[in-house]
Design a binder for this molecule. Sequence first.
Ligand code: FES
Length: 577
Amino acid sequence: MSSSRKNPESLRSQRWYGSDDLRSFGHRSRTKQMGLHSDEFVGKPVIGIINTWNEMNTCHTHFPQRVQDVKRGVLSAGGFPVELPAMSLGEQLMKPTAMMYRNFLAMEVEELLRSYPIDGAVLMGGCDKTTPGVLLGAISMNLPCIYVPGGAMLRGHWRGETLGSGTDVWKYWDERRSGKIDDKSWFEIEDGIARSAGTCMTMGTAATMMSMADSLGMSLPGASSIPAVDSNHNRMASLSGRRAVDLVWEDIKPTDILTEDAFENAIIVQMAIGGSTNGIIHLTALARRAGIPMDLEIFDKVSQSIPLLANIKPSGKYVMEDFYYAGGLRALMKMLEFRLHLGTQTINGKTVQDNLEGAEVYNKDVIRSIKNPVSPAGGTAILRGSLAPNGAVIKPTAAEKRLWKHKGLAVVFKDIRDLKARVDSKDLEVTPDSILVLQNAGPVGGPGMPEWGQLPVPKKLLDQGVRDIVRISDARMSGTSYGACVLHVSPEAALGGPLALVQDGDLIELDVESRRLDLLVPESELDVRRKKWEPPEAKARRGYAKLFTQHVTQAHEGCDFDFLQGTPGETPEPDIF
Ligand code: FES
């Protein structure tokens, strides 16, 4: 933690505004062009409000109002707030996947903060990739900043039943495919499942990543649990604006907060909330940006000692609104006090222990105790073996237990189009014991590693009453999904990883307990196939997609760009002439 306090003369923005020269005259006069007096911005912390809003990101529709709340907070603490719109990554409507643009947002945030006279920042994110996107950029720029989580939407409703984003879509879609849901019911579900502004209200990637930012210490404590449309959310946004100003004077930077212990705290919380598997990729990328080497094994290790405490869909039965009323993240972390690094500093200037003082669980069914968990430890397993030499991920708690140890014959789809074309065909040779394999859906192959990893159960099997089957891919899966899905297989098929060599009828063995995923084909045969293998035709020939496929790292490395990794604050400040 920095010991030196800033004063008005030592503010970064003074390099633009503070001198008696031609350039500074230009900077001051053009800022005054907005109708401001010098004393409103010269010598005051300039707080950039990174706003990931647009009208295609349906989860962030409340952000324009929240920007006003943040500004109110910044002004009341004596700062100068400026809104900096950044690319919004709307998980639902952005194709092929918002994941392809996470690094784009990260670059944009870093360069916005670097190129303008900004002293500190408020980072507004929520919908899945926006949270890691804004944090990645902010870490690399390493200016004082605070994260404002967008908050989850209200619970969904249908005929007296609670509907959970994503989770209940998959459930009822399978029922619809098997002819059990008529048009009227289906459209009623469509009307009732997303009732307000805010992110998915199950423990999907959005709620996971907001909770991760909170447990890393980058937001006000407990901020991630407040529903988007609750007036406490407005107050949290305004308080975060105030805090951003103090952070600048105190010169507290992301690297002061994001220590190895902070990351371990976040992983502990991730396991206890039944967090999305996407969290593994994003936390890995964040840690590496902060200069902390992180590999997959720590997720497996922590998972073995932390049971699932949050009874939230898809692993449990409630939604995020219930979690907030039950005490929220602070109450859950209180249950984990025995295991957390309590002395870790957080963005409000206090330790984790200080922040947990007085936290209480108000509903013991929603937030369980260690003695009465939703399910025992081991919610996430990292697999290795001949099919995934650099690792793969499975969430056993989201899969039918009979499939945890399973041997079956591969039914291979060479890409997503092949899958779409054949998965529901009557001629597909598939049995409940088969293992579905999807190739070329990884970081390069997708491109962007889309959430195609929850391959649909073939209609032929659905009609037989089968609802789960082992599925393997180099893709990701939505955090709201479930099923025996082995994800993030690394190296991916498009780079010639062993996944690319699998053929129909090959025997594959999954053994969650021993953490193995093996392709039971003789090495001599694999050698023959390897020699014949040709990479799939590149989908990206120019532009950002080409840059992405040339520089994205593999899933076990966090899917960051190779050229963005490095010491925070390493890129020099711009020359101002
Ligand atoms: Fe935005 Fe799920 S679609 S959080």
